[in-house]
Design a protein around this ligand. Structure first.
Ligand code: GLU
Length: 284
């Protein structure tokens, strides 16, 4: 059994923009849980996508969290400084023959898809059936490729007994994982030797995270993450997928819809103490 002191939570934003109240709410959930238990709260910057992430947003995350009083324990983990570790993890999938190269562009995938699943693009498996010779020919032509997980094969590699693959959702209990919902996901992009899914699983274990608190928009990803954890022999944290903060029109907060950033609130002289109080009292 974990004692309260062993609880480790985290906030893992991607520095692709300034934080708004939705991010602060998520950070606050993890922070409050760790503080209530006398445990640790970790901060991680998920910045492997060099085309979308910017150093000024990373700096602003650190400043905004400090301003709000959401202090973290230990060093900030910056994913872009650890790409070799993710490559090593990726190679473990490769060595087991669980990956295949995918040469499709985003528009190839969207066009090939007959029925979108809940707005998410699920890969239709176009490159899975390429022969070894076809793959070699495309690679020889210099075509760029991502590496996808063959999810069915991966499942066969981990399910050995009658028990289902599952994860523990703190408020409701065990949930059977259905990683096929996301299809054959990309574990390494053509331009980045990794992906969100691989890095998040690797780093939650590395940082000793026992409780993952994140928005319900990432629930589908958790179905895959427990599979990756099993394949890498990593422990599964307890999960809480919290509700997302909504704007007055019932839409989730988003920068593109003008959600005020924490930075703007700070510069406008808003009071951090009352914002934090509002966040800790909000149930969304
Ligand atoms: N980096 C992800 C994001 O900003 C969150 C990852 C997570 O909490 O697992 O959406």
């Amino acid at each position: 059994m974990l004692s309260g002191m062993d609880v480790v939570t985290r906030f893992a934003p991607s520095p692709t923009g300034y934080l708004h109240m939705g991010h602060a709410f998520s950070a606050c959930k993890g922070w409050a849980k760790a503080r209530a238990a006398g445990g640790k709260f970790r901060l991680r910057l998920e910045d492997i996508d060099a085309t979308r992430c910017k150093p000024e947003y990373a700096d602003a995350i650190v400043e905004d969290l400090r301003w709000l009083g959401l202090g973290w324990d230990g060093e900030v983990r910056v994913q872009s400084a650890h790409l070799a570790e993710y490559t090593a993890a990726l190679n473990r999938f490769e060595d087991r023959g669980l990956l295949y190269p995918c040469f499709c562009s985003r528009s190839d995938i969207t066009q090939a898809q007959a029925a979108p699943h809940g707005g998410e693009v699920v890969y239709p498996g176009t490159c899975k059936t390429l022969s070894t010779a076809e793959r070699a020919a495309r690679i020889a032509e210099g075509r760029k490729y991502a590496r996808r997980l063959d999810v069915n094969q991966a499942l066969r590699a981990v399910i050995h007994g009658p028990g289902p693959l599952r994860f523990f959702e703190e408020s409701t209990g065990w949930v059977e994982a259905v990683p096929q919902r996301l299809g054959d996901v990309v574990l390494a992009r053509s331009d980045v030797p990794s992906s969100y899914h691989l890095c998040v699983v690797h780093d939650d274990a590395l940082q000793g995270v026992t409780h993952v608190t994140r928005g319900e928009d990432l629930l589908a990803a958790t179905h895959l993450h427990v599979l990756l954890q099993k394949l890498l022999g990593l422990p599964s944290p307890v999960y809480t997928h919290h509700k997302l903060l909504m704007n007055a029109n019932g839409k989730r907060l988003a920068k593109r819809d003008g959600a005020p950033t924490l930075r703007a609130m700070r510069l406008a002289g808003e009071d951090a103490v009352s914002i934090l109080k509002q966040l800790t009292e909000s149930t969304a």
